[in-house]
Design a protein around this ligand. Structure first.
Ligand code: PLP
Length: 458
């Protein structure tokens, strides 16, 4: 797939400077260590460059699209130029729209609200809830978890062919798929799925929340209709996200939010009501005062990643992935979760369970005894994680639940994730910590408090 196309130059860059890289945290066993932020898949730290750009702009902050003053004009230009930067980062087509939202969840809900009447939606059960759930007004077909990328394409082909047989096709349809899984880190065959969708008259939106921060993405090359991502996973944690792609469904839809900015002209009618002419540009779905700092920070991150050279960032991340996967493979008690198998191309997101351990307990010990921040749970992808754990779809893993006894199945998992700002030492410490915890057990006692495993200091 084109998202894995990386130039042949073999150089590897240093980690990009991020905020918090020198922050130290106390260990329950005594002393302090530099915090190892290994939960990038949830929220990545801000790039120093993004912070610096935002700080440099902050004194010039002004209202966007609203003021006649110098700083308003400057802020409006910055906001609109950010749109162009994001379009270039995603290699959008000339007539694509870039709509600024709050997040990936918001972007997909916006698209769901813009579906044409009668639209059918096809979505794999393996998706993050942000992709799985927003389609409540549509007829949704949930596709079973495929075990290879080829099976994903076949499954979709079959479902779309079935649609044609049942209804004679012709009506609008949308496929929603992740670019990279937030559970396994595995890349999905986006280009092939897009070709299958288009061959059957359907459109496709890619949830790139985990793809865009790790890989160059080309909307044009992948030939996808829309793409969504979040700033806070792309080193720009200031509350903005993106939906980019085809203008037609968006400009035909009711505005996502009704209000100022989305409306071009509003007039009282003789009968006492109001007539509204809505914008047909991206502004149609951006009512209210825009988050110029959030938007500018995304543009800054796009530039920073592009200028650092995405190819070298990808190569570096592959080395980190190899360190973690090879380290975990040396621990027989660890089972790494995977849909597509060991050889699948992937980003720096790895989930696993440890035999004999409650995952929440393990994650708490990584934090309290090693200063490592990971995530435990079902990662807002409950059906996928339960499928990978071979568990009952109705069971919900909780901290402190009687799970993870030797020979028993875990009800939830541990996820380690990293990216452009991660130093080698963080993943090396993580591998050492996993080995020591499995070999020696935790050095401290833990208990459940408000649903979370915490060190027992009593
Ligand atoms: N899609 C994927 C694959 C994700 O990993 C996430 C967040 O973890 C989302 C969507 C939702 O992102 P946000 O919470 O920024 O809306």
């Amino acid at each position: 797939m084109s998202v894995s196309t990386v130039a042949s130059d073999q150089s590897v860059c240093a980690p990009l400077p991020v905020l918090g890289r020198d922050v130290t945290v106390p260990l329950v066993t005594g002393g302090e260590v530099t915090y190892a932020a290994l939960d990038y898949a949830a929220s990545a730290p801000a790039l120093q460059r993004v912070w610096d750009d935002v700080a440099a702009y902050a004194p010039y902050y002004g209202s966007v699209h609203r003021g006649a003053g110098y700083l308003s004009q400057l802020s409006t230009d910055l906001f609109e130029n950010s749109r162009a930067t994001v379009a270039a980062f995603l290699d959008c087509r000339e007539d694509d729209q870039v709509v600024f939202t709050r997040s990936t969840t918001d972007s997909l809900n916006l698209l769901a609200a813009a579906l044409p009447a009668g639209c059918e939606v096809f979505v794999f059960e393996t998706e993050h809830h942000a992709s799985l759930l927003p389609w409540k007004d549509a007829r949704v077909t949930y596709l079973n978890a495929p075990r290879t990328p080829a099976e994903a394409v076949e499954t979709l082909e079959r479902a779309l062919a079935g649609r044609a047989a049942a209804s004679g096709a012709g009506g609008p349809a949308l496929v929603c798929v992740t670019g990279a899984s937030n559970v396994t880190g595995e890349l999905w065959p986006v280009r092939e799925l897009a070709a299958a969708a288009h061959a059957h008259g359907a459109r496709i939106v890619v949830d790139a929340a985990q793809l865009a921060p790790h890989h160059p993405v080309s909307v044009r090359e992948l030939d996808v209709d829309w793409i969504a991502f979040s700033g806070h996973k792309l080193y720009a944690p200031f509350g903005s996200g993106v939906l980019a792609g085809r203008a037609d469904w968006l400009q035909d839809a009711e505005p996502y939010l009704a209000g100022g900015g989305a409306s071009r002209k509003v007039a009282r009618r003789a009968d006492g009501g109001v007539d509204v002419a809505w914008h047909t540009t991206a502004a149609r779905h951006e009512a209210g005062s825009p988050n110029v700092i959030g938007v500018y920070s995304i543009a800054s991150a796009c530039k920073a990643l592009t200028e650092a050279g995405f190819d070298t960032l990808v190569r570096r991340e592959r080395q980190l992935i190899a360190t973690v996967r090879e380290g975990l493979a040396e621990v027989p008690e660890v089972k790494v979760l995977s849909l597509f198998g060991d050889d699948a191309p992937r980003v720096g997101v790895i989930s696993f369970v440890v035999e004999g351990w409650n995952s929440s307990h393990f994650a708490a010990a990584l934090s309290a005894e090693y200063g490592i921040g990971v995530r435990d749970g079902l990662f807002c992808a409950h059906p996928l994680v339960r499928t990978l754990l071979g568990g009952d779809q109705q069971q919900v893993g909780e901290c402190g639940a009687p799970e993870g006894e030797p020979g028993e199945k875990s009800l939830n998992a541990i996820r380690v994730s990293f990216g452009a700002g991660t130093p080698d030492e963080h993943v090396e410490r993580f591998v050492r910590a996993v080995k020591e915890l499995v070999r020696d057990g935790a050095q401290w006692k833990y208990r459940t408090e408000d649903g979370r495993c915490v060190p027992d200091r009593g």
